[in-house]
Write a protein that binds this ligand. Sequence first.
Ligand code: 13P
Ligand code: ZN
Length: 285
Amino acid sequence: MNPERKQGIYNEKKMSTSILENRPALAAAVWQVAETAGYLWEKGWAERNGGNITVNITEHVDDEMRRMPAISEPKAIGTVLPELKGCWFYCKGTQKRMRDLARDPMANGSIIRILDDCASYEIVADNPVMPTSELPSHLSVHNYLLAKGSPYRASLHTHPIELVAMTHNKKFMEKDVATRLLWSMIPETKAFCPRGLGMVPYLMPSGVELAEATIKAIDDDYDVVMWEKHGVFAVDTDIMSAFDQVDVLNKAALIYIASRNMGFEPDGMTDAQMKELTDTFGLPK
Ligand code: 13P
Ligand code: ZN
């Protein structure tokens, strides 16, 4: 057989073996992750393998998927998460780059299912790509969201330059100091990140302690929380919406910095102007 024909058959086989084949809703969810990953790279927030994404895709799982054999050994999550029984997730792979995931989400991430012990998972498709090292935080937050009956299905961790820089100042780590400042820079910030920015003191990446501290901060009524001197963690209905919340916050940080670079401390919107937004748009805070 000529090499071109051989490659053609190989490509067809490769394509037909993707779990995304003939599953348009699942494919759309995964390709939305890929699109978001591209934005993270373009923003400069995703150096090397920086950041991670998980999406609860359980609603897209069919019987044929449930019958699929695992392509990995069971792996421990490191914690027990009872709400995740029977749940499935798309996860960025550990050490994988967002810019690569943007092109090929199933070579740079994988689909996992949680086992019945609620303490371990196995990889089901397409390739045995080990999930992100921040899996304990991501899965603990998904467990928390399900327990609360939240419609949120996506979580994002990324390294937005200006927001991370703010956490290097103790003043901004105090409750709602950064929230108030960022909200006051431009009305859209409060409208589209209406719960503000929670703060999590520095903890080692990828640990269960960081997972627990993240849940505590989200439970304090935030969709977006900062991991001090590291990055941001955001949740929302889908991954694009989680990205949007971080994007509006970082835009506000850039406006603050632009004002400081012009040589003045920005006035910010007044408390009355911000209250007017809350009242007009029925915002939660
Ligand atoms: P992973 O490559 O394991 O997803 O880690 C990236 C990261 O940002 C850790 O905090
Ligand atoms: Zn990180």
